[in-house]
Design a protein around this ligand. Structure first.
Ligand code: S3P
Length: 447
């Protein structure tokens, strides 16, 4: 959907090989956190490389509503922080658009300050479960009142005298972990989050960068993260690395489009995010890491992806799911062009993303001529091998950017074009997707 609510149908078809360099935008997770932590620091944080997708722009607006200064000058975003506990009460409803990360992290950040805020979002976000954050936030003393099933719109009343919390996350979710840690910032003493499976650790790394004390230990219980409350966060200069989840699209397209050779430079390969690339290599993808280095404490490399006609279906280990949770839709497209089955277990969380991603992909893949089996927390794609995926249908993106981009990638290699009913949501995370793919040689047209 466009910003005005009109669907934007998009069609991709087989073009020549994809060649060249793909400069993908900044990391969405790190961009949200830069703005939120910048707003909670004392003084001015400067951010370059920020993802200027709608999700992050909505978080920028929200931080302004809570009293922080957020302004872009030249290429740099300047965030004038109000300090931990310094948020003002917004005088308008906070609209987080399509962004689960935005709303859940901001709820956490304001939950231990005695103010009220009402949150809403688009039709996708207003269906997603919020109890997973409001339950731990209640332990700090915050109160939530929303629609049935813990859905937005929802008002949070922040705790006046917050207590520190010890909380084991019931689902593998970096958003839940981060909401608890951000709430813990304005609670006295130590807030502890325990997660059985490690999820992306950007909040922990960035909190340390801003001067908070955060210790992670691996114990029998799982990963135990301890935050010391009420620090003074020191403003930072942040260079946002590029997003591996966005890199996934040109990388996967190059693997399945004949004759392709694409370089995707400067991609963060934090192990809590890079599971897709490991999986693709296990499938036999010609995917190499060039110029491997460390930047800002994160492993970074240039990815080179070349056409790979002999991909094999594999069993994707369930324990890898958290490190590639956003990449299953596009992996399922690559799996359609592989020989044999790709089985993806341990992925129940896919059912509560911007859409039910198992259902959205399975329905569209089947329409495009690919067999898919599914259960509540697993799915299997029966690969057809290179050159044998029919395509030629219109599928629904369900207000989900990654569903839209995945089917457009499929259309670049299927026998007949693929149309998505609405490519508008792509602007939430990858606003330059169309020109970037076109510059590589892809053909995406708006109807
Ligand atoms: C994110 C965490 C993940 C991911 C989302 C970004 C984050 O969600 O799907 O795109 O920045 O913390 P969950 O925490 O719900 O798994």
């Amino acid at each position: 959907m466009s910003a005005h609510g009109t669907p934007i149908p998009m069609t991709s078809d087989r073009a020549g090989p994809l060649r060249g360099t793909a400069d993908v935008p900044g990391d969405k997770s790190i961009s949200h956190r830069s703005l939120i932590l910048g707003a909670m620091a004392v003084g001015e944080t400067k951010v370059t490389g920020l993802l200027e997708g709608q999700d992050v722009l909505d978080t920028a607006k929200a931080m302004q509503a809570f009293g922080a200064g957020v302004e872009k000058r030249g290429d740099t975003w300047h965030v004038q922080g109000v300090g931990v506990g310094g948020f003002a009460e917004p005088d308008q409803v906070i609209d987080c658009g399509n962004s689960g990360t935005g709303v859940r992290l901001i709820m956490g950040a304001m939950a231990t300050t005695p103010i009220a805020a009402t949150f809403t979002g688009d039709a996708s976000l207003n269906k997603r479960p919020m109890a997973r954050v409001t339950e731990p936030l209640a332990l700090f003393g915050a109160r939530a009142c929303g629609r049935s099933g813990g859905r937005l719109p929802m008002t949070i009343l922040g705790a006046r005298d917050p207590l520190p919390v010890r909380y084991t996350t019931p689902v593998p979710s970096a958003q839940v972990k981060s909401a608890v840690l951000l709430a813990g910032l304005n609670a006295p003493g130590e807030t502890v989050v325990i997660e059985r499976e490690a999820t992306r650790d950007h909040s922990e790394r960035m909190l340390q960068g801003f001067g908070a004390t955060v210790i992670t230990e691996k114990t029998e219980e799982g990963h135990v993260i301890t935050l010391t409350g009420q620090p003074e966060l020191k403003p930072q200069t942040i260079v946002v690395p590029r997003d591996p989840s966005s890199a996934a699209f040109p990388v996967c397209a190059a693997l399945i489009v004949e004759g392709s050779d694409v370089l995707v430079p400067n991609i963060g390969l934090n192990p809590t995010r890079a599971g897709l690339f490991t999986t693709l290599r296990e499938m036999g993808a010609d995917l190499t890491y060039e110029n491997e280095r460390t930047e800002g404490g994160e492993p970074v490399a240039d990815l080179r992806a070349r056409f790979s006609p002999d991909l094999k279906g594999i069993e994707v280990p369930a324990e890898r799911a958290a490190s590639m949770i956003d990449e299953y839709p596009v992996l399922s497209v690559v799996a359609a062009f592989a020989e044999g089955k790709t089985h993806m277990p341990g992925v129940k969380e896919l059912r509560v993303k911007e859409s039910d991603r198992i259902d959205a992909m399975a329905t569209g893949l089947r329409a495009a001529g690919v067999s898919v089996d599914e259960g509540e927390d697993w799915w299997t794609v029966q690969g057809r091998g290179f050159g044998d995926v029919p395509g030629g249908v219109t599928v629904q993106s369900h207000l989900d950017h990654r569903i839209a981009m995945s089917f457009l990638v499929l259309g670049m290699a299927s026998n007949a074009p693929m149309t998505v009913d609405d490519g508008g949501p792509i602007a939430t995370s990858f606003p330059i997707f169309e020109p970037l793919m076109a510059a590589l040689g892809a053909r995406i047209q708006r109807a």
